[in-house]
Ligand binder design. Structure first.
Ligand code: PGA
Ligand code: MG
Length: 214
């Protein structure tokens, strides 16, 4: 039986923290603000760019008055710095191919801003897999509000959501959609404390997991 499968992007299909960190660190440097290390940036990913940058400004100890300019400069780097095709997790491209060949419909539901999402999908060659792409600024609300996931699933009754973070778990629960957890992304909570239908550490295992649930 075919499914509609929505995917998260950062930490699920692409190890994008180096790219995200490059954008944030470059923007901070241009504004002569204090720097931040990559691990700290990673801890702030998951609720979308506005919240990431709020957390960055708090962390470096400067006023949120810088938020608009930091957003503009970070977005410039997100869109103009090519994403490395090798940042796609090992086996993810092959898993998407297998799922598509098995007749499943694939869509994307990410808190990354839509324009930056399209750039990343284009640069990594993942764009052709996805019929629908919902980004963090596509709708008035972001994950964990369920509206983005409902839009990405486009009314499908047989559906799955695949993601890596606490935000994704909450989103799936809020939307009433079964959740598959990729354990090697950016979560901070132990796997056992995150409700999920199934989990995987290697994308090569994903097609068989989905076949079990379909
Ligand atoms: O931009 C973010 O905060 C995270 O993006 P994601 O939803 O693809 O993990
Ligand atoms: Mg993610």
């Amino acid at each position: 039986m075919s499914l509609t499968i929505a995917f998260d992007l950062d930490g699920t299909l692409i190890d994008s923290v180096p790219h995200i960190h490059h954008g944030v660190a470059s923007a901070l440097a241009e504004m002569s603000l204090p720097g931040i290390d990559r691990h700290t940036t990673q801890g702030f990913v998951g609720r979308g760019l506005p919240i990431l940058l709020e957390r960055v400004l708090d962390h470096v100890g400067v006023s949120q008055d810088h938020h608009a300019e930091l957003t503009r400069r970070t977005m410039h780097h997100y869109v103009n710095t090519p994403s490395d095709p090798d940042s796609v997790y090992p086996g993810a491209r092959e898993a998407l191919t297998a799922l598509q060949e098995a007749g499943h419909r694939l869509t994307l539901c990410t808190n990354k801003p839509h324009e930056a999402t399209l750039s990343a999908l284009r640069d990594t060659g993942l764009a052709p897999f996805f019929e629908v792409v919902i980004g963090g600024d596509s709708l008035p609300t972001r994950k964990p509000d369920p509206a983005m996931l409902h839009a990405a699933l486009d009314g499908a009754s047989r559906a799955l959501y695949v993601g890596d973070s606490e935000t994704d778990v909450e989103t799936a629960q809020n939307a009433g959609v079964p959740f598959l957890l990729f354990t090697e992304g950016y979560r901070k909570t132990p796997v056992g404390d995150l409700p999920h239908r199934a989990s995987f550490a290697d994308h090569a295992d994903l097609p068989a997991l989905v076949a079990d649930l379909a």
